[in-house]
Design a protein around this ligand. Structure first.
Ligand code: NAP
Length: 292
């Protein structure tokens, strides 16, 4: 073998093996599709910054395969999995233990291997939202009125978390009234179904719909309903600034995208899996490197 091809082979070995050893703890993300998930990049940045022998990989799991993935986690001894669409409901049903938030939501985005070989289902989206808000806007929801636009999985996690964190009111504004009622119900006594006209009365306005996610450039509400006394969060992070968020910023409103929520929900997962406090700065850098 020429020295050039020997070097190529060494490079290839280096690339294919990385630092994986026989003792490496394996985690990952399941979804359909999962190829574009940013979770492995965030997890691996965290493991590297913590200096621990852990790795995260994407596992494509077809719709309907969520329960089998939980079984595979037990069989393969995986340390944890992040869970994305369409498996969040199925894994919550298939897990051996379910956290209070995942049980209330009927959905989990994080699976954790228990010491006894079982699997615990967690939902870290709500804490991820609150952590992102604290980091970005240096504020909490305590005593505030939060308008949540949308009533899907993310909106429900955010509504529940805001109520539990002491929000004065959680106003759910959604296209489909029945789903809005279910979402508002999660915020119990502080939750209410609301209309777009109620948005100006909120302290914090959160877009938790899929509206504005690339390649869509529509807006979840008329930006004229927003004002400079508010904080606006669009949990969409692709594009980094939606048309709606840009309109809010142009109007002088403090506005933030979903990058911090993404980092913080992954940080909670890292803490569940490893027992370490997640290195949020390293994870944010990894996200910025991916999204530009
Ligand atoms: P989902 O369960 O499918 O819910 C989608 C929501 O969007 C529903 O309330 C739906 O209303 C609403 N919607 C969709 N199209 C609409 C339209 N044309 N006009 C008005 N409302 C519309 O989705 P999800 O899992 O909650 O995710 C929502 C968004 O959050 C996605 O963009 C996702 O990427 C993002 N997300 C971000 C993070 C993060 O960490 N930053 C975490 C989770 C999710 P109906 O009920 O009327 O159908």
């Amino acid at each position: 073998m020429s020295s050039a091809s020997a070097n190529d082979a060494n490079d290839a070995d280096e690339l294919s093996m990385g630092n994986v050893s026989g003792a490496t703890r394996v985690t990952g993300v399941i979804g359909d599709p999962v190829i574009h998930s940013l979770s492995p990049a965030l997890h691996n940045a965290a493991f590297a910054a913590l200096g621990i022998d852990w790795a995260s990989v994407p596992f494509p799991v077809s719709a309907g395969g969520g329960a089998q993935a939980v079984e595979a986690m037990r069989t393969l001894g995986l340390a944890g999995l992040s869970v994305t669409t369409p498996h969040k409901d199925a894994v919550a049903r298939a897990a051996d233990e379910v956290s209070d938030a995942a049980a209330a939501l009927g959905a989990a985005n994080c699976l954790v291997a228990s010491a006894d070989g079982g699997v615990r289902a967690e939902n870290t989206d709500g804490d991820g939202f609150l952590g992102g808000l604290l980091e970005d806007a240096d504020t909490t929801v305590r005593g505030k009125t939060v308008a949540v636009l949308g009533a899907g999985g993310a909106a429900r996690a955010i509504s529940l978390a805001c109520a539990e964190a002491g929000a004065a009111r959680v106003l759910v504004v959604n296209r489909t009234a029945q789903r809005a009622a279910r979402c508002a119900g999660l915020a119990s006594s502080v939750g209410a179904v609301a209309q777009q006209a109620d948005i100006p009365g909120a302290d914090i306005v959160v877009n938790a719909t899929t509206v504005g996610m690339a390649p869509d450039s529509a807006m979840p509400c008329d930006p004229a309903l927003l004002h400079s006394g508010q904080i606006v969060v669009d949990i969409v992070y692709n594009p980094a600034e939606t048309v709606w968020l840009a309109a809010a910023r142009a109007a002088g409103i403090r506005s933030y995208n979903g990058g911090s929520m993404l980092v913080h929900q992954a940080a909670v997962a890292i803490a569940h899996w490893t027992g370490h406090t997640a290195p949020v700065d390293a994870m944010r850098s990894a996200l910025q490197a991916r999204l530009g």
